[in-house]
Design a protein around this ligand. Structure first.
Ligand SMILES: [Cu+2]
Length: 147
């Protein structure tokens, strides 16, 4: 059916547009209860690209959130879990993809990726991380957006 075709195309476009990304060497990510696109319990950017040595700062714009890294190119270089409601910065020295969650909202899809040095060699490793609840589909969507 033609209508179905358009619906699928429209949905695909929405999915692509609704993934927020940024590239810079110093990036701020807000921790939000609601984003402009309507997403709830969410980071302001889903995917952040930084160069090697780039710093990402998570800002507690809304309360009740944090940042907990669960996977990366090397578990030895994962940042420590951040405190709730506190600003948190980390300088990324090792290239690759890093996956993090908000501890209380990880089952609600509150996750994000940091890509360092334009290096996506560990994409399959990240894609295979077992995620709870809504984060399973959310991660698949973010991984698909990396290509
Ligand atoms: Cu949260």
């Amino acid at each position: 059916m033609i209508i179905e075709k358009y619906l699928i195309k429209g949905l695909a476009a929405w999915l692509i547009l609704s993934v927020s990304t940024a590239f810079a060497n110093n990036v701020d990510v807000e921790m939000l209860n609601k984003r402009d696109d309507g997403a709830k319990m969410v980071y302001s950017l889903d995917i952040v690209d930084v160069g090697v040595g780039g710093t990402v700062t998570w800002v507690p714009t809304d309360k009740g959130h944090n940042v907990e890294f669960i996977a990366g190119p090397d578990t030895a270089v994962l940042p420590k879990k951040s405190k709730m409601n506190k600003s948190f910065s980390h300088e990324f020295e090792v290239p690759g993809i890093y996956l993090y969650v908000c501890t209380p909202h990880k089952a609600m899809g509150m996750i994000g990726l940091v890509i360092v040095g334009d290096n996506t060699n560990n994409k399959d490793q990240i894609a295979n991380v077992k995620m709870p609840g809504k984060s399973k589909r959310r991660l698949a969507k973010l991984i698909a957006d990396i290509n």
